[in-house]
Structure formats: structure tokens, C-alpha cells
Write a protein that binds this ligand. Sequence first.
Ligand code: SAM
Length: 250
Amino acid sequence: MINPSNTPTSRFLRDAGIEPAMRILDIGCATGLLTRELAALVGKNGHVLGVDSNDDRLAEARDQTIGSNHATIDYENVDLAGNLPDWEPFDAIVGRRVLMYLPDAAETVRRLSAFLKPDGLMIFQEHSATGMPFAAGPIPQHRQAHDWLWRMIAAEDGTITMGLELPKLLEKAALDIAHYRAEVIMLGSASDQGIEDVANYMVERVIDAGVADRESIRPGSLTERLVAERQKASPIAWDMAYLICGTKRS
Ligand SMILES: C[S@@+](CC[C@H](N)C(=O)[O-])C[C@H]1O[C@@H](n2cnc3c(N)ncnc32)[C@H](O)[C@@H]1O
């Protein structure tokens, strides 16, 4: 599954200053998608530690192969809401769509900042439901899917405005903000925009969260309805990725 909302990350990591030989912590690494990208960027003289509290996702991450020019990766089960291990300092701490799931993200960022070297980088990509999605014409199917996904996140106690809260979090951790930008994820008319995969993947979670029932979601025709609407209404501004880089004062 290619999540179109991941497309801004690589560019931002480079702009923010991720370089060969760095030692990096990837928080909320899940199955290691971003962890492996970081391992490719820092190369074989670097090191990446991926941490998550979900053992199944960590097991899946450990099963993936990485290229011979990539940094070595270690994975560790860590609850970011609890006490953090006594890590050696990192050149960069990175996270994508994880702060939104933490009960007190500001406190976690503040505690993580203690593990950054002087001038080290704290880099996050988060999203926000605010104002999305939009298009020149009506897009009821995409609006409905977007609404289900974000109501599901809210029902799971996720923060649905995290992208907009990032500067405040970094300031509270006494980090200087070097870059903060938002990038719209645009969907074109082609049938393989990835968003159908995301929507289908989330169906059971949406139902479990009590946001919508199977009859209203109609999973059997969800893909077809979204693709048909995009053929008429694209381009659709689907999601907003917020990217921030803070630096630790030396
Ligand atoms: C949307 S996924 C992150 C995806 C991943 N960063 C990527 O870009 O591919 C969110 C992850 O945060 C993890 N997570 C949520 N709360 C956590 C906590 N308190 N401690 C550690 N990990 C947590 C979940 O287990 C999940 O794997």
C-alpha cells in the first residue's frame, strides 16, 4: 500500500539536514517504512533505532530486508508515554504520525529532547483534519471517507489537529524551529492514488470505533465510488502534511 500522504517526507528529511553517518531515533516506527528510508539516507556508517509499543508491528519491521548500503537498524519495544530508556544521544529524532496518538505529546517531546545532541534535529510529520478535503466541484464520497477516518482517530483518542500544534510542542521543549511547512496531498484522476487502499484498510477500525456501520460504508463498492468521483472531480486536495524541524540549542 502506498499512502500518498507519505510523499513529502523524503524531501523534508533532506532539507532538514539528515545526512550520512547520523545516528537516528525513529519514534512510532510501526512496520519500519520510515525507519528503512532513514537507514538508506544515513548509509552504512549510520545507525537507526526504531521504537514502537506494538510487538506485531515490530516483528513485521524486523522481517523486512534492507540494502547493503543501508545503516544497521535495531528495533525496540518502548512506550513513548512512559519512562524512556537510557539512550546514548542521537543526531536526530524523527517521527511520522505518532505524536497524534500520544496522551501527552508535549511531555513526550520534552523528554525526548534530552536525548538529542547539541544542535541535534527533532523532525516530525503530522496531519490535521482541519479544512480538508476540497476541490473545485462537489466531492461527497471523499468528504465522507475523510470524515470517517478522522472521526475514527478522534474516537481512538487521537489528536486530530496535531499538525497545527507542532510549533507549540517544540517551543515547550525549548527547541528552536528551523523549518515548518505544510504540503497539500493532491489526488489526480488515475485509479491508483493509494487512498482507496488506505480507506479499505481502515474499514474495520472505523466500524470498531463506532463511527459508521458496514451498511453505510458499503466496503464492496468503496473503491469504485471514490475512483468514479475522482474521475469527475479531480484534482482533489485530500490531506495536509505538516512538517517541522526543531534544533536543540548548543
Ligand atoms: C500511524 S503509525 C506510524 C507509522 C510510521 N511512523 C510510518 O511513518 O510508517 C503510529 C504508530 O505509533 C505507535 N504508537 C502509538 N502510541 C504509542 C506509544 N505510546 N508508544 C510507542 N508507540 C506508539 C503505534 O503502535 C503505531 O505503530
